[in-house]
Design a protein around this ligand. Structure first.
Ligand code: SAM
Length: 264
């Protein structure tokens, strides 16, 4: 159930569950607000791309009901598999390399996925192709270059260390083909894909306990890669994890840009 070559943060490690729970706490309210506004309701056929965990898929399943369908795809479905019961169908699928898992969808949604996909242009084309005429696309992706700091208020050595490690993490992502300015491009890319009534907005927490959970899980997950790449020493990482656990720092995330439109 996996095909994770190239993706830095694979879903098999135990930290992945913590990361998905933190994404849900931080971003589900924004995502659900947008999905509500797009009109998702009974009978809709939805494709959730790069589903990750279960929270968005389960919410969609409740909205579309027994007459609808939610196709949840990911290169690694281990964390979304528990949601696999009608109307949810879970499939291993690479959005950049394979044909869409169906056609005529009323809604296609991807959150924090395309930024990681090197062939994101092809992935976006595929997502648009899978929509019915009038179908809605919602793409939500980070723009770390817009707000690159883990601690925007860098007032002491703890915050400086946090921001240095964050910078190193971003370097690793970029080396794997992530586009760290992707979010801001979404409105134009959606229009160029032929979508109409394109709009976008942005959200990010400036401090939240879920940011600390996310940071701790992420750093523990990529610890070896940070050390091997020379970004940080083991001592730096231990110190940073202790600082995060102390709760004394205000941790933010990158802005998440939500962009949406309708297929002509
Ligand atoms: C940062 S997580 C976001 C998960 C979820 N969408 C959320 O917002 O909580 C990125 C997800 O995209 C998946 N992914 C990465 N590359 C992919 C690809 N080429 N095709 C499909 N899924 C992919 C990963 O396995 C992971 O589950």
């Amino acid at each position: 159930m996996t095909r994770t070559d190239g993706y830095l943060l694979d879903n098999q490690q135990s930290e992945a569950a913590e990361r998905f729970d933190a994404f849900a706490t931080l971003f589900d309210p924004t995502t659900f607000r947008h999905l509500e506004a797009l009109g998702v309701g009974p009978g809709w056929r939805c494709w959730e791309v790069g589903a990750g965990g279960t929270s968005v898929v389960s919410w969609l399943a409740r909205k579309v009901g027994p007459t609808g369908k939610v196709v949840a795809t990911d290169i690694d479905t281990s964390r979304v598999a528990p949601a696999a019961r009608p109307p949810v169908e879970v499939r291993v699928h690479d959005v950049a390399a394979e044909e869409p898992p169906g056609e005529g969808f009323d809604l296609v949604h991807a959150r924090l996925v395309l930024v990681h996909v090197p062939d994101r242009e092809r992935a976006l084309r595929s997502m648009v192709r899978a929509l019915r005429p009038g179908g809605r696309l919602l793409v939500e992706d980070a723009d770390p270059a817009l707000q690159p700091l883990l601690c925007p208020d860098e007032h002491g050595p703890e915050q400086q260390l946090a921001n240095r490690l964050r910078h190193g993490f971003r370097e690793l992502l970029a080396r794997r083909g992530a586009d760290l300015s992707y979010g801001r491009r979404l409105p134009r890319l959606l229009r160029e894909s032929g979508l109409r009534r394109v709009e976008a907005d942005a959200y990010f927490p400036v401090t939240s306990p879920a940011c600390s959970v996310l940071e701790s899980a992420t750093v523990r997950q990529i610890r070896d890669q940070l050390v091997t790449a020379g970004v940080a020493t083991d001592e730096d990482i231990d110190q940073h994890l202790a600082n995060v656990a102390s709760g004394s720092m205000d941790l933010a995330t990158a802005p998440m840009i939500s962009a949406w439109g309708r297929k002509a």
